[in-house]
Design a protein. Structure first.
Length: 83
């Protein structure tokens, strides 16, 4: 799971592209944090907003549970997670 807004994640995405590792599935969160819920995955509403971007937010592909927000993955694995 990466965000194009994160310099470290951006480097990982560059290496993935340069090494032709596109078979490795990535979930990309929106580059804008929701003040109430944090990083969010793409929705149908995001398609137009990011249509010209090379790195578009995606659905949650990593967990297989199609979460809307990244914090939901952490909470699923640790119910005491508070961020």
């Amino acid at each position: 799971i990466v965000s194009a807004a994160c310099p470290w994640a951006h480097r990982a995405m560059l290496v993935r592209k340069l090494k032709d590792l596109s078979e490795i599935t990535l979930s990309v969160v929106s580059p804008y944090r929701d003040d109430d819920h944090g990083w969010n995955f793409a929705t149908d509403l995001d398609e137009e907003k990011y249509s010209s971007s090379d790195v578009r937010p995606t659905e949650d592909k990593a967990s297989g549970l199609n979460f809307k927000y990244l914090h939901q993955i952490y909470t699923k694995s640790d119910t005491n997670y508070t961020g």
